[in-house]
Ligand binder design. Structure first.
Ligand code: ADP
Length: 394
């Protein structure tokens, strides 16, 4: 069985084609600048990277080029080999508790949720519709970033604001990166050989969120109504005092959208360092003793630790802390800094074992009170697994 896992943005489309026999990736790639001049694609296949510039006025064009290339490059012999397509969807609100077979009604709901994810959901719909046009008979599945967090209770997901905001306008914590946190929970289940554990999953990449997981289920998570909430990120502020917003609007003569844009794109590591949102740049400047880089790095670690500490208390302890995504998988110094700040919880890491990038490894010492793991996430394989399960059981 071959399954395509798709992540469609407003001007880009990422894909991985899986052979579900062994969950191996047959080919993967990205189509960029869809609907914008200067389009191009990159396809990785058989250890080679194929790139080409090509104009793609619409998502349907991108999907057509993708399928054409899969055949031209002899990655598949015919389109009949594609058994299913799974789509990553950012916002499923409280309507989609799990991944779902895509029908017209499902597409409509994803579209209806656009006010809750204006940058993402409309783009996902473009992707789904493009595949519906080009592969009309292939079953498709929607995999939501929000589903895993639907096990949070009201005490976790309600904000202490007028209840009417929740009842009438859907103001609540939804949480994101759910597919990644679910992958990490499954991986820990495999590692420990059971599902009775308390896990703090730290997905720290460009965006970042931390999730408290008990017996495989999400209890609380750091992102909120939108992915702007929670820890400090590459260019996002995470939680701040909301009164800052009208104050800066007045100071800078900006409207609310412009200030929210500043909080999404000019804050976090970039905001404090004033030169980069990338942890690699920040760490290398820290090594030169750059003061702003040091503040940015330390504040980042502190915000992660704030949430780990909060969830340690919420869960009544923790068996495992897991690091994943760009920073969590690769930044040796950031993991070390975070873990040093957790020494009072009995966390101890082995500096040699921590010297890894992108590998599944336990980095804590044998006498650490909490096991600390690096676990590379794989949202694409989760999308492919869900797609296969759903189409097989229909
Ligand atoms: P996204 O949230 O966009 O999916 P990723 O999970 O790919 O992001 O994370 C990207 C971030 O990971 C980069 O901005 C960078 O800060 C960080 N990163 C990647 N590689 C390294 C590395 N070797 N050392 C430190 N940080 C890294």
């Amino acid at each position: 069985m071959k399954i395509l896992s798709i992540n469609c943005g407003s001007s880009s489309l990422k894909f991985s084609l899986f052979d579900m026999k062994d969950e191996s990736v047959i080919a993967s790639g990205v189509f960029e600048r869809i609907g914008i001049e200067g389009g191009a694609y990159k396809i990785k296949y058989n250890g080679e990277k194929i790139t080409q510039e090509i104009e793609m006025p619409s998502h349907t064009d991108a999907v057509s080029v993708l399928l054409e290339k899969l055949i031209d490059l002899e990655i598949i012999k015919s389109l009949d080999e594609i058994d299913g397509v799974g789509h990553r969807i950012v916002q499923g609100k409280d309507e989609f508790l799990e991944s779902t077979y895509i029908t017209e009604e499902v597409v409509q709901k994803i579209e209806d949720f656009k006010d809750f994810a204006p940058l993402h959901n409309p783009a996902h719909v473009l992707g789904i519709r493009a595949f519906m046009k080009v592969l009309p008979n292939v079953p498709m599945v929607a995999v939501f970033d929000t589903s895993f967090h639907q096990t949070m209770d009201k005490e976790a997901y309600l904000y202490p604001v007028p209840y009417k905001w929740y009842k009438e306008y859907g103001v609540r914590k939804y949480g994101f990166h759910g597919t990644s946190h679910r992958y990490i929970a499954n991986a820990v289940k495999e590692i420990l050989g059971g599902d009775q554990f308390k896990l703090i999953s730290c997905h720290i990449g460009n965006g970042g969120s931390i999730t408290a997981i008990k017996d495989g289920k999400c209890v609380d998570t750091s992102m909120g109504f939108t992915p702007l909430a929670g820890i400090m990120m590459g260019s996002r502020s995470g939680d701040i005092d909301p009164s800052i917003i009208p104050y800066v609007m007045e100071k800078e003569g900006k409207n609310v959208g412009e200030v929210i844009d500043d909080l999404n794109k000019s804050s976090g590591l970039l905001g404090l360092s004033e030169f980069s949102s990338d942890m690699r740049d920040i760490i290398s400047k820290c090594d030169e003793g750059d003061e702003k880089a040091l503040i940015a790095r330390n504040k980042y670690a502190r915000r992660v630790v704030d949430y780990i500490a909060q969830y340690y208390v919420l869960l009544g302890g923790a068996d495992v802390i897991a690091f994943t995504a760009g920073v969590g998988e690769n930044s040796i110094p950031m993991r070390r800094l975070i873990c040093e700040k957790l020494a009072c919880l009995g966390v101890k890491i082995d500096l040699d074992k921590n010297n890894v990038m992108g590998e599944r490894v336990k980095i804590s010492t044998d006498d650490s009170k909490i096991e600390v793991w690096v676990i590379p996430t794989d949202e694409e394989v989760m999308i492919a697994r869900d797609t296969l399960n759903i189409i097989k059981n229909r």
